[in-house]
Structure formats: structure tokens, C-alpha cells
Design a protein around this ligand. Structure first.
Ligand code: ZN
Length: 180
């Protein structure tokens, strides 16, 4: 008996609903025209904090919600597909969301040393840590605006999510490279 037994039962119940019938025709034109990048922390699930349904958003999750080369590569691919396959469709908004109470343990030198001794990349973790979203969100929004393969049509914005209040605070209002 594993956790998965219960989760597979949940899946059967989900499959019996009509949620899957309301998903977008073109996967990169999601119903709510949102592409969100956020932390893998379960307290920051975009489906809940943006009150989304299945098919409403494209979601990328990394440690801290940081914009990594892999995040940019995925977005470049989606940009390319959108331009090629759905040139007339409106573009999604892209939201970078970092949260309060993130980066736990990443300021603990002994913990980081132990990770490095196992062969982990402690330096990369420290570089990726989010202690203050007001510092890291603008950096990551700029990284996306500067990425040449990310479509200049995408409006990019940045937010802090407060895990205590459940509220988002705008740190960088939406803008695109096309706006200049
Ligand atoms: Zn986090």
C-alpha cells in the first residue's frame, strides 16, 4: 500500500468529471492566457492562488520560482510554437511569482556543506535562493525581457506571494519588450 493507491483513486474520480472537456484547443493558448513561473513549494500552487481550472495556465516550477536556463529554453520553445502555429492568437501574460518564507535552510552553512559533501551543487542553490522577493523578482523579470528567443509580444510581470495572507503584491507591472 503506497500513497499512490489513494491518489490513483482520486484520478478515477477526476476522470469522471467534465474538467478535461474544457481544456484549450491549442495547448500554448491556455484558457486564462497565463504562463506562470513559481516555486515548487506546495503552498504556492498556482491553480489555487490564481483560482484556476484545468487548462487555464501554463505552469513552470523551479526552486524559488527562479528563472533558470531551462525555464528560458522552455519559454523559447513555446514562443516559437506560438509564432509558427498560432500567429493570430493573442499572447499569454507571463507572471513570475516568488513567495515569503522561501529559501528555508539555504542560509545554513552546515546544511549546505552537507549537501556539497554528497555531491550537490551548494553554490548554485545559494545563487538560486529567494530570501526577499523584492530583490529577486525584478532580476528574473529582466532576464526574461532580455532573452532574445522569448517573444517580444509576451507581457511579463512579477509578484510576491505572501504565504500568510494568501495575497499577491505587484513588484513589476506587466510590460513587454515590444513596449520598449
Ligand atoms: Zn519557495
Amino acid at each position: 500500500m503506497s500513497n499512490m493507491d489513494d491518489l490513483l483513486q482520486r484520478n478515477v474520480r477526476f476522470a469522471a468529471t467534465d474538467a478535461k472537456n474544457r481544456t484549450p484547443e491549442i495547448p500554448f493558448v491556455p484558457n486564462q492566457q497565463l504562463y506562470v513561473i513559481t516555486c515548487l513549494d506546495p503552498r504556492v500552487d498556482p491553480a489555487f492562488i490564481f483560482d484556476l481550472a484545468l487548462g487555464d495556465a501554463i505552469v513552470a516550477r523551479t526552486l524559488g520560482g527562479r528563472v533558470t536556463p531551462a525555464v528560458i529554453q522552455d519559454l523559447a520553445w513555446i514562443s516559437y510554437l506560438h509564432e509558427l502555429r498560432a500567429p493570430k492568437a493573442d499572447w499569454f501574460d507571463l507572471a513570475v511569482v516568488h513567495h515569503t518564507g522561501c529559501g528555508r535552510g539555504l542560509d545554513d552553512d552546515a546544511l549546505l556543506r552537507g549537501f556539497a559533501e554528497r555531491g550537490g551543487d551548494d553554490r548554485a542553490l545559494v545563487d538560486q535562493a529567494v530570501f526577499d522577493p523584492a530583490q529577486t523578482v525584478p532580476v528574473d523579470v529582466q532576464k526574461l525581457l532580455d532573452a532574445p528567443l522569448v517573444s517580444p509580444q509576451i507581457k511579463i510581470s512579477g509578484y510576491e506571494y505572501d504565504v500568510e495572507t494568501g495575497l499577491l503584491r505587484t513588484l513589476v507591472p506587466p510590460r513587454s519588450r515590444a513596449d520598449g
